[in-house]
Design a protein around this ligand. Structure first.
Ligand code: PLP
Length: 406
């Protein structure tokens, strides 16, 4: 990611937004659109993390059965049934002590987690921290929303490398204490996008302790928590033993990846009651709650595990396939979670162009997801990100093309 002042942005009134670089997919279009893929090969786009597996039929049925509710403004707090379903799911999935999560105080729905993650910066970033401009920490590489939110909220984004040598987990505690003192908010993601690293409970406990020591809001994006290979990834709420322990913590979960309904736009945030109250209040002013039929479908999805188990098995089969085709090459490893391959191809931009020009396969250069190092270079330079989202046969075709071309 190269923050380049936007040349056409002179009319923008808020000068902070000049610091927002073009979004990676816009940059990818700029890179690949001038190049023609080979004629006769069906293009396969593995750049976007948009799940292509089917979602349960009952989603359509519930939306249809509840269509009379499209005429109503939906409540920002969701329906009681939605909050109950989500609370039951959290308790089941993370084995939380009963009663720790109060559905009325600790849960807020969101219309997809992206906007909610973005909005959180506006409730967590004060004008100053330790007498200076606040800092928002995030891993590097990172989900782009975090950096956009930090910049839009007036904070300085600080990117903390998550490299192979630290198992793709950022060492937040190792930062200069002066930076930590200015930190108002930390975005962390487990399982991580793009590398699929999973933080263990000890890592999460240390991060929670750091948030208390330096008094920052800890946001943990757990939207890939249900896509894993092996043991279920732990969740940050597992570090909390009672209501008081939730203070300063927000976790985000989404149906987009769990249930393959990215277009339904439904997720939720759970955690600190005061922050949830503020979050809901901000929603009242400028949020866009999901329609009531969507809450009904989402409620049923959180209560159903069968489709999630089947979905996970499809990803595991595809990682078996990738291992057969790519193992011992490009630094291949099986990610513990999520559905991306993060391949070390030497020069990610050159490989992306080559794959498109010679194989009609679209991937994303790792550097488009990583911030430039202030000392030069970009830790994402050697990598490409490959979204394993299509069905088995399409992925087999794409991975074979990739293996032959690279
Ligand atoms: C790490 C991460 N967080 C959050 C999201 C947002 O998902 P949604 O807004 O669909 O819930 C995505 C989507 O790609 C993601 O990769």
């Amino acid at each position: 990611m190269t923050p380049s002042p936007h040349p056409t942005a002179r009319h923008i009134i808020n000068p902070r937004l000049d610091k927002l670089p073009d979004y990676p997919f816009e940059r990818l279009r700029g890179l690949l659109d001038p190049l023609a893929p080979p004629p006769g090969l069906e293009p396969i786009s593995l750049s976007l993390g948009e799940p292509q597996h089917p979602y349960p039929d009952f989603v359509g049925e519930i939306l249809h059965d509840n269509r009379h509710l499209y005429g109503k403004y939906p409540p920002v707090a969701g329906t009681p049934d939605f909050r109950d379903a989500v609370t039951e799911w959290l308790n089941r999935r993370f084995d939380l002590p009963g009663g720790m999560i109060d559905p009325d105080r600790h849960i807020a729905p969101c219309a997809g987690t992206r906007e909610a993650l973005f909005r959180t910066a506006f409730l967590a970033v004060p004008p100053e921290k330790a007498g200076k401009q606040p800092v928002v920490l995030m891993p590097n590489p990172f989900y782009q929303c975090y950096a956009g939110a930090a910049i839009a909220a007036g904070a300085e984004p600080v990117f903390v490398n998550a490299l192979a040598e630290n198992h793709f987990l950022p060492d937040f505690a190792g930062l200069d204490p002066a930076i930590l003192a200015r930190t108002a908010l930390v975005y962390f993601c487990t399982p991580g996008n793009p590398q699929g690293a999973v933080a263990d409970l000890a890592y999460l406990e240390n991060l929670v302790a750091l948030s208390r020591q330096y008094d920052f809001t800890l946001v943990v994006d757990e939207c890939y928590a249900e896509i894993y290979d092996g043991d279920p990834p732990p969740g940050t709420l597992q570090t909390c033993t009672g209501n008081g322990e939730l203070s300063g913590i927000l976790v985000f979960h989404s149906l987009s990846k769990r249930s393959n309904v990215a277009g339904l736009r439904s997720g939720f945030v759970a955690g600190d009651a005061d922050l949830i109250k503020l979050f809901r209040n901000l929603s009242e002013y400028g949020g866009n709650p999901s329609p009531l039929p969507v809450y009904a479908a989402a409620t049923a999805l959180w209560r159903d595990e069968a489709h999630v188990v089947a979905n996970r098995a499809l990803y595991v089969e595809k990682f078996d396939l990738a291992e057969r085709i790519l193992s011992n090459r490009f630094g291949f490893y099986r990610p513990k979670g999520g559905f991306f391959l993060w391949l070390d191809v030497g020069d990610g931009v050159a490989a992306t162009k080559k794959l498109w020009r010679q194989g009609a396969v679209r991937v994303l250069p790792g550097s488009y997801l990583s911030a430039d190092d202030p000392r030069g270079g970009n830790s994402g330079d050697p990598y490409i990100r490959v979204a394993m989202v299509f069905e088995h046969a399409v992925m087999a075709d794409a991975l074979t093309r990739m293996s032959e071309i690279l």
